[in-house]
Ligand binder design. Sequence first.
Ligand code: NI
Length: 137
Amino acid sequence: MPVVYLTRRAVFSASHRLHSNQLSEDENRQLFGKCNHPRGHGHNYAIEVTVRGGIDPRTGIVMNLTELKAAIEETVMRSMDHRNLNLDVPQFQDLNPTAENIAVVCWQMLEDHLPEGLLHEVVIRETENNFVRYRGE
Ligand code: NI
């Protein structure tokens, strides 16, 4: 059975402040610069969710794209779109909402909403030039 990678993309807007509770105020300012500004700043994020699986010979698909879209809507979009990530998303109460950590949190949210073993990769695009890939490692 041929194995293929199927990707669905969604975009969301959110604000955040890069700040680690494990660094001093000075260290945070030095490391994160303007991204450490106390009142935060916004991004138009894109998420790309890839599932990996065999093509079902009966249907010709890996999984129903409507279900993949719904899984993204019910998890990532519902909790992060038009939100302040630091204040509105419980997972970031004590976790710095970097693109890296956003990718991991999105993975964790999606995992439970997709058929077991299908989730392959989450990509978070934070700017035109910066993006993060996470594969559950
Ligand atoms: Ni930022």
